[in-house]
Each structure stands twice: as C-alpha cells, then as structure tokens.
Design a protein around this ligand. Structure first.
Ligand SMILES: NC(=O)c1ccc[n+]([C@@H]2O[C@H](COP(=O)([O-])OP(=O)(O)OC[C@H]3O[C@@H](n4cnc5c(N)ncnc54)[C@H](OP(=O)(O)O)[C@@H]3O)[C@@H](O)[C@H]2O)c1
Length: 329
C-alpha cells in the first residue's frame, strides 16, 4: 500500500463481521473488497440485490487476479466471504427490517461502515416524510447505528463505527434545527446546501455518540474520503447549469482520486490498530484533522441529538433509548 496515504493489511478470520452500507459501487465497493481480502466476512448492505450480486462477482474476480499477482497480505482462502443483505436507507421500514434480520442471525458485529450516501440530488420526499438526503445520509444511518450498537457492545474488544462524511460539511449554513428537514417549495430546494447539512449532521452525530461510547469497546469516527471519481456525481446533470459546470469540472478526473484511493481513509479508520480505542476523530487522507467549529459546538450537538430522537421516536424502543443515555439526554 505504498505512498503517504495507506492502510495496513490486517489478517482477519471469517469470524470478524463487517457491514458496509452502499458497497455495490464506488468507495463502499473498494472498502468491502479490501476488508474481505483481509479475511473478514463482509455484509454488503445495499438496496439493489442485482447490483450487489454483480459487485460480489466482480470482487471475486478481482480477488483471483490479486492472488495471481501474489499481492501481499491478502487472505489465502479460495474465495472472499461476501454476503448481500437488503437495505434501502430511504425507508425506515427497510432499515428496521435490515436490523431485525441481522439481530436474528445471531452474529457479532465488529465494524460498521456507514458509507452509503447520495449528493446534490433533486428534491424528493421519502415514504417517511423526510427529504431524501437528510434521511439516507443521516437519519436512517443513525437508526441503523443505534439498533446495532447493543450487538457491537457484546462483540468483544475494538469494535468500530465509521461514518463516511465529507469536507462539504464546511459549507453548511448556520445550524438551525428548524431547517434540517426541508419543508419549503420543491422548486426552491437547494440540493447543494441540504447535502452539506446532511454531512454536517453526520459529523455532529459522531461527536454526540462518542460521548456516549466513552469507556466502552466501541469507537466512532468520521471522515472525508477526498474527491473521488464514482457514481456520486450521477445527479449533477439534473442541476442548474452553474452546478452542472462545477460538477463536471470537479469530477472530470483531473482532481479526483480513484475509488480505491478514495476508500483508503475509510479502510484505515476501520482496521488500523493505531486507532484502537480512539473515537471522536475526523480523518482526511488517513490523518486526524479538525472539522468545523459548528460541528464541534456542543449546544448544537445536543439540539440535533434530541431532535433526531424525537423524529425517530416510533422506531426507538425503551431498551434502545436507555443504551443511549448520556450527558445531553
Ligand atoms: N465521491 C466523492 O467525491 C465523495 C466526496 C465526499 C464524500 N463522499 C461520500 O462517500 C460516500 C460514498 O459515495 P461514492 O462516492 O462511493 O458514491 P456512489 O458511487 O454514488 O455510491 C453510493 C452508494 O450509496 C448507495 N445508496 C444510495 N442511496 C441509497 C439508499 N437509499 N439505500 C442504500 N444505499 C444507497 C448507492 O447504491 P445504488 O448504487 O443502488 O444507488 C451506492 O452503493 C457517500 O456517503 C458520499 O457522500 C463522496
């Protein structure tokens, strides 16, 4: 893994259980593949079975190729341990069905990578009544984490939650809890601003959750993966011509990382022994860095936390809630 930005190739067994959301393509694909190549069992939590199965087939082929090239550190198993599980973050029903199915499987959970996300997408309301980016990038992954946390807490030492956020959080406007779910006219919707906000919420969630995980076996971190050439820019052509130009220029290739380069920070946060026991960190290019003062504002974190619990109250039974008690209630 040469170069300045890298991750160590760990040796895992298939008893190491990892979930990567949105792993059928892009950064999530490379994250799932490389952690599986370290020997872990990786669950690909994706909304399309067909896309996930095609991705698994491609990963197995790429694994055989790596083996034929004697890539150091990869598992000597005959094939990768990859499984599809259905998860559509646009729906609380699907998110809850995923967590229930995982609980029923009786498996431990050592690493949860909340990678799935969409950006700069036109206004759409979910079946639960939330703006799409707010629900997919933030709310549903919050729900996923709080329901899987009890399993992680009993899964042995050094369990990790990694949130794939973005440097875009720096461009979020002043925090206002009343505007976190867009309720205005669809044609006045600013998809860039709501993307920035959703990524800011993830970083704030990381800090709030980190307080609650102090002294436990679970850590939570978040990161910016870099500007990465993936399917992320898929909605750009639907935006106004200004964003269309910016988007085309940004993701043209000249400034972008490959999906593998883009996955390095996530993989490092998930597996590097040097981060063991260290939560509440925001990474860029595999290095600790500082997110905006607004994300670090404890008053805003508390407001967001309480508001989120209120929005999700119908999906949070008392045992889940009691496991979340902390200094900001
Ligand atoms: N690319 C960049 O430059 C960049 C920069 C900063 C941060 N990020 C962040 O990196 C993460 C990964 O993005 P990427 O660049 O790899 O983008 P990508 O290629 O578009 O991949 C996004 C993944 O999220 C999944 N997803 C979208 N909506 C979903 C839903 N409702 N339920 C479940 N999964 C859903 C997609 O599934 P489908 O294929 O089925 O749509 C896909 O697997 C995102 O959180 C993004 O915000 C990316």
């Amino acid at each position: 893994m040469g170069g300045g930005m890298s991750f160590p190739m760990m040796q895992f067994t298939k008893e190491k259980v990892v979930i990567v959301t949105g792993s059928n393509t892009g950064i999530g694909y490379e994250t799932a593949k490389w952690i599986a190549m370290m020997g872990a069992c990786v669950i690909m939590a994706c909304r399309s079975k067909e896309k996930a199965q095609q991705a698994i087939q491609r990963m197995q082929e790429e694994f055989r190729m790596e083996k034929s090239m004697n890539t150091p550190g990869i598992t000597d198993a005959d094939s990768l341990n990859l499984e599809f599980m259905s998860l559509d973050l646009m729906s609380f029903k699907s998110t809850m069905a995923f967590t229930e199915a995982f609980k029923r499987s009786g498996r431990p959970l050592h690493i949860l990578v909340c990678n799935a996300g969409l950006g700069l997408s036109p206004y759409e309301l979910s079946e639960d009544g939330f703006e799409r980016m707010f629900q997919v990038n933030y709310l549903s992954q919050f729900l996923l984490i709080v329901h899987l946390l009890p399993i992680m807490k009993t899964s042995g030492e050094d369990c990790r939650i990694v949130l794939v956020s973005s440097i875009a959080h720096k461009y979020a406007s002043r925090f206002d809890v009343n505007s976190i779910n867009y309720k205005g006219e669809p044609d006045k919707f600013s998809s860039s601003q709501y993307y920035f906000k959703s990524k800011e919420h993830q970083v704030m969630q990381m800090f709030s959750m980190n307080h609650r995980l102090q002294g436990s076996n679970v850590t939570i971190t978040s990161l910016h993966p870099g500007l990465v050439k993936t399917e992320f820019s898929r909605y750009i052509q639907e935006m106004n011509c200004c964003w269309n130009c910016i988007g085309k220029c940004l993701w043209s290739g000249a400034f972008t990382r490959t999906p593998f380069e883009g996955a390095k920070t996530t993989i490092d946060a998930a597996v590097n022994p040097k981060w063991k026991g260290k939560g509440g960190i925001y990474f860029e290019s595999c290095k600790e860095t500082t997110p905006t003062p607004q994300t670090r504002n404890e008053e805003y974190q508390t407001v967001l936390w309480r508001h989120t619990l209120e929005l999700l109250k119908n999906h949070l039974p008392s045992d889940v809630l009691s496991g979340l008690e902390g200094k900001n209630g």
